[in-house]
Each structure stands twice: as structure tokens, then as C-alpha cells.
Design a protein around this ligand. Structure first.
Ligand code: FEO
Length: 171
């Protein structure tokens, strides 16, 4: 059966969340490309690592659905923005986006509660914790760019710091 051990509502919402995670990946890859164009290789590296992390979030839900005997339905992914005026505006956009994703995760938790679907509730806890990290990481970097101001030297230093981020596997 397509929805497996999930309610139809949860099945549809998880398919949507896979789409949202892959859209997040696409958005951060677009930001990475924009940074490359701005000659900010370190910041581009940070967003590239974030892109990979988002892919792993989508994959995590994909694998979970099959573990619950549900067949994933892949949905269309929107085109992300193309231009940002500065790395600061990208991180502000990233924070706004992560807050939106937190709302989606909370909605999934509400559905799992309504369904008394304790397995999915437990699975989603990882995403609840991850969103705390995602928002706090973006907030910290925004504060650093705000402090750096328009100084080229400060921006180069920050870019170098962001270049140290390594891609994680999302666990
Ligand atoms: Fe998949 Fe940025 O949360």
C-alpha cells in the first residue's frame, strides 16, 4: 500500500517535507553559486556544505518512509532566487527560510500527535533539534557579518573562517 503504516495526512506531509528539504538544498546551492561569483570562496564553501546537509535531511525522510512501508512520491521543486546583494542578505534570507522550515517541522509533529503515531513522533525529534541548531548557526553568522560592516579586511577574514566548514553527513 502506498501510504504504508502512515496516515494519509502524514504520508502527504512527509512527501511535502522531502520536497522542502530538497528545495532548501537548491536554495543554498544557489547562494553558494552567488558567493563564487562575488569572489567569496569560503562563504561559497559554507553554503555548499549546507546544501549537502539539506540533501541528507531529504534522504533521511525518504529512508524513513520506506522503513514504514510507504512509497515516496517525489514532488516538483521550485526555482530558487538567483541574486543577493551581499553575504549578509543571504544569511538573513537563510535564517528566514530556516524559521519557515521550523514551522513545517512543528506542523509534522502536530500531525504525528493527532495520529498517535509514536514512531514518527520519535523520528521527528531529530529534526526538531536540528532546527534549533540551524537557526542558531544562521543567527551567529548574521551577527558576525553585522559586526564586520563594510570593511574589506573583516569580510575577507570572515570568508576565510566560513571556508573551514566541512560537509557533515546529517547524523
Ligand atoms: Fe533541513 Fe535547514 O533544515
Amino acid at each position: 500500500m502506498t501510504t504504508g503504516k502512515l496516515s494519509e495526512k502524514m504520508y502527504n506531509a512527509l512527501n511535502e517535507q522531502i520536497r522542502n528539504e530538497y528545495f532548501s538544498a537548491y536554495l543554498y546551492l544557489a547562494m553558494s553559486a552567488c558567493c563564487q561569483d562575488m569572489n567569496l570562496p569560503g562563504t561559497a564553501n559554507w553554503f555548499r556544505a549546507q546544501y549537502k546537509e539539506e540533501l541528507s535531511h531529504g534522504d533521511k525522510i525518504y529512508d524513513y518512509m520506506f522503513a514504514r512501508s510507504a512509497r515516496v512520491k517525489l514532488l516538483q521543486i521550485d526555482q530558487p532566487a538567483f541574486e543577493w546583494e551581499s553575504p549578509l542578505s543571504m544569511f538573513r534570507n537563510a535564517l528566514e527560510h530556516e524559521k519557515y522550515v521550523t514551522g513545517l517541522i512543528n506542523n509534522l509533529v502536530t500531525i504525528a500527535n493527532e495520529d498517535k503515531d509514536y514512531a514518527t513522533l520519535s523520528f521527528l525529534q531529530w529534526f526538531v533539534n536540528e532546527q534549533v541548531e540551524e537557526e542558531s548557526a544562521a543567527e551567529a553568522i548574521i551577527a558576525q557579518f553585522e559586526m564586520a560592516g563594510a570593511s574589506k579586511g573583516n569580510l575577507m577574514y570572515l570568508d576565510k573562517c566560513l571556508g573551514k566548514r566541512k560537509a557533515e553527513n546529517g547524523d
